[in-house]
Ligand binder design. Structure first.
Ligand SMILES: Cc1cc2nc3c(=O)[nH]c(=O)nc-3n(C[C@H](O)[C@H](O)[C@H](O)COP(=O)(O)O)c2cc1C
Length: 139
């Protein structure tokens, strides 16, 4: 059984679209505070929070990991790496002995994306797949 954990911020909701193509239970990490609407300000604020490893607040999400054998993590690439919301979520929700698929949505720059999950996913899990989407298209 798949648990699909997704964060999606842009008006295109690309990560959410990818998430909906999978079978399973979808859990969305939603910011606690309404995000700024102006894109340049989003870039500055969330880029800073991501690069400086700051924790961010999101709406409470209760997942019974016992129910799932496959965890699918889908979220936008920010500053070339895992974004602040997915990173904070993974720090606060440690799961064990799962198959894990990591998926990123980006505009083309994802150099450090997969390696930036290092330390966020316990070593007893198995990364079974890594996928990247550029402007909504799977590479
Ligand atoms: C703060 C911030 C940083 C971003 N950094 C990158 C980046 O490093 N590389 C890239 O290709 N796209 C970057 N983007 C664009 C998003 O990753 C891209 O539009 C993504 O597909 C959005 O997914 P979503 O619709 O699920 O939010 C950034 C966007 C934001 C808001």
């Amino acid at each position: 059984m798949n648990a699909i954990i997704v964060h999606s911020l842009s008006k295109h909701k690309r990560s959410l679209t990818i998430a909906k193509a999978f079978e399973g239970d979808v859990f969305e990490i939603k910011p606690a505070k309404t995000p700024p609407k102006w894109y340049p300000f989003q870039l500055l604020l969330y880029g800073f929070l991501t690069v400086s490893n700051k924790e961010v607040a999101y709406q409470p999400l209760d997942i019974d990991f016992k129910k799932y054998d496959h965890i699918i993590l889908i979220s936008p690439v920010w500053a070339g790496r895992v974004n602040a919301f997915m990173r904070t979520f993974l720090k606060e929700h440690v799961f064990h002995d799962k198959n894990v698929t990591i998926i990123g949505s980006c505009d083309g720059g994802y150099k450090h994306y997969f390696e930036s999950f290092k330390g966020l996913i316990d070593g007893c899990n198995t990364i079974v797949d890594k996928q990247i989407y550029v402007k909504g298209v799977k590479q």
